[in-house]
Design a protein around this ligand. Structure first.
Ligand code: CP
Ligand code: NVA
Length: 337
């Protein structure tokens, strides 16, 4: 489905709850800052009062096609769908890529006759965009080589819980300028959190995404910095985030990346450049001794399992917004407290 925009003059908060209904979440850019804020707000309500939302997806059927392995994403989608009264179907696509047996367009036109929503984890980002273009039902990106929007939204919820307000939060990301970095940059910049990225030369984020993040930051009052200096990236940060050095599909580059990325390991020395109250973040799975030292990820300052928990709540929120919407049914938390 093609994204729509909020008309000028519409009330953003109430409009945003309804405006995403029937749309896709392929990139963080598919949601406006108000719509992202609504997703966080609804997720917080669902986390606080899960019983109020039982049955909200009753009768809805959602299919998950995964070309890559998953623990968190698969289980939080399936548990979330089931807890909302919907049904989920998992299709293991790790042995042959989507579109190999028949065209993506034909797959999409079959799915839209049977199912209410599609969740895709793919190698090529174009597989997700093609499915969204051809299918008339909502399509959610559960990780592509370019973005991991559900992860970034769970991370924003975690930061919001920890710091109260995302505006003014300084997030550092060190390591590979990959899918996780891209979605984090876009989400942070949209929501008013500053982000400072430190990567080895040649592994910076996609310049187009950096440019878009800078435009979003200019509107939200945040800053986006990219450098090749891990200490500069981490200095004074409220939260320090890293991800694997070799993403799924890059396993043959592991040895070369271990050599190049070694100065970007988040160990106690690098972490000591962050603010005294800083938290450590990682999307998981983690490789202790590579991108993060065990003494950091296993310390009380690590919020990695809060991030993992919040995958459940944010994905429930995304599913309800895309499949159900309805500001009247899901008033903002402040109005319902
Ligand atoms: N963080 C994350 O997406 O984990 P999985 O690969 O286990 O789904
Ligand atoms: N960048 C990692 C994230 C895993 C959740 C990957 O794509 O494998």
């Amino acid at each position: 489905m093609i994204a729509t925009t909020i008309p000028p003059g519409a009330s953003p908060s109430s409009y945003a709850y309804r405006s995403v209904t029937g749309r896709d979440l392929i990139s963080i850019q598919d949601f406006s800052p108000d719509e992202l804020a609504c997703a966080l707000e609804l997720a917080a309500s669902m986390k606080a009062r899960p019983a109020d939302f039982r049955g909200v997806l009753s009768g809805k059927q959602i299919v998950l096609f995964f070309e890559k392995p998953s623990l968190r994403t698969r289980l939080t989608f399936e548990a979330g769908i089931n807890s909302l009264g919907g049904s989920s179907f998992f299709v293991d696509q790790t042995q042959s890529r989507l579109g190999a047996r028949e065209s993506l367009s034909d797959v999409a036109h079959n799915l839209e006759r049977w199912i209410d929503g599609v969740v895709l984890r793919t190698f090529a980002h174009e597989t997700v965009t093609a499915m969204a273009m051809h299918a008339s039902i909502p399509v959610i990106n559960a990780l592509s080589e370019q973005e991991h929007p559900c992860q970034a939204l769970a991370d924003m919820l975690t930061l919001q819980e920890h710091f109260g307000d995302l505006r003014g939060v300084r997030l550092a990301y060190v390591g590979d300028g990959n899918n996780v970095a891209h979605s984090l940059m876009l989400a942070a910049a949209s929501l008013g959190a500053s982000i400072s990225i430190g990567t080895p030369a040649g592994y910076e984020p996609d310049p187009t995404i950096t440019e878009t993040a800078r435009e979003l930051a200019a509107a939200s009052g945040a800053q986006v910095r990219v450098s090749n200096d891990p200490i500069e990236a981490v200095s004074g940060a409220d939260a320090v985030y890293t991800d694997v050095w070799a993403s799924m599909g890059q396993e043959e580059e592991t040895a070369e990346r271990q050599r190049l990325f070694a100065p970007y390991q988040v160990n106690q020395k690098l972490f000591s450049h962050a603010a005294k109250h800083a938290v450590f973040m990682h999307c998981l799975p983690a490789h202790r001794g590579d991108e993060v030292a065990a003494s950091v990820i296993d310390s009380p300052r690590s919020v990695v399992f809060d991030q993992a928990e919040n995958r459940l709540h944010i994905q429930k929120s995304i599913l309800v917004l895309l499949l159900e919407g309805g500001a009247h049914r899901f008033p903002p938390r402040s109005a319902n407290a």
